[in-house]
Write a protein that binds this ligand. Structure first.
Ligand SMILES: NC(=O)c1ccc[n+]([C@@H]2O[C@H](COP(=O)([O-])OP(=O)(O)OC[C@H]3O[C@@H](n4cnc5c(N)ncnc54)[C@H](OP(=O)(O)O)[C@@H]3O)[C@@H](O)[C@H]2O)c1
Length: 169
């Protein structure tokens, strides 16, 4: 079974995804989308993003990447390199019969996994905040937009947003 690698990210119009290891907006609609895209799938993330979330994501296998041998939190798998994380995620996918591995950030992990991503699920947030963590502009020569839905801010959303799906060309 072929396993595809998908990035899931919420980025402001200026590419900002976070500041001081936190998200910069409250967007309930995006949390719902993140949950529905990732539920039941292996989810790969960096140690800082894991600490920002503060707990293992329920109903998903989290694979957390850290170089620190002392980092052994309960409830997640730990990988010491991107390669190890991708292998473990593919194993989990094969064992559980799912075909998609999800990359959930943050910016360091996005940067090194983007070249091997087959798909990007982007939530473009209609804000331009100052931040210290970024997602690069999606290169139209590498990725083709296949779906876009724009939404006004809903109840419990701090901004309008667009859900945009890209697939590798
Ligand atoms: N808006 C969104 O969709 C979204 C999603 C996720 C995160 N974020 C935001 O992004 C920010 C965090 O991103 P970040 O770039 O600072 O951190 P990160 O990518 O979450 O984690 C970085 C850590 O991962 C480990 N790591 C990275 N590359 C590695 C490699 N090649 N081999 C082994 N370990 C590696 C290191 O952990 P050790 O230091 O333990 O070795 C490194 O410190 C936060 O502001 C967060 O809120 C936003």
């Amino acid at each position: 079974m072929t396993v595809t690698v998908a990035i899931v990210v919420a980025a402001a119009r200026n590419g900002v995804i976070g500041k001081d290891n936190k998200l910069l907006w409250r967007l309930k609609s995006d949390l719902r989308r993140f949950r529905s895209l990732t539920i039941g799938k292996p989810v790969v993330m960096g140690r800082k993003t894991f600490e920002s979330i503060g707990r293992p994501l329920p109903d998903r296998t989290s694979i957390v990447i850290s170089r620190n041998a002392a980092f052994k939190p309960d409830g997640v798998l730990v990988a010491r390199s991107i390669e190890e994380a991708m292998e473990r995620a593919a194993d989990v996918a094969a064992q559980t019969g799912v075909t998609e591995v999800m990359i959930a950030g943050g910016s360091e992990i996005y940067a090194v996994t983007l070249p091997r991503a087959d798909r990007i699920y982007l939530t473009e947030v209609d804000l331009e905040p100052a931040g210290d963590a970024f997602f690069p502009a999606v290169d139209p020569l590498q990725f083709r937009e296949v779906k876009r839905a724009s939404h006004p801010a809903g109840h419990d959303d701090e901004a309008a947003f667009s859900f945009i799906d890209y697939v590798r060309r």
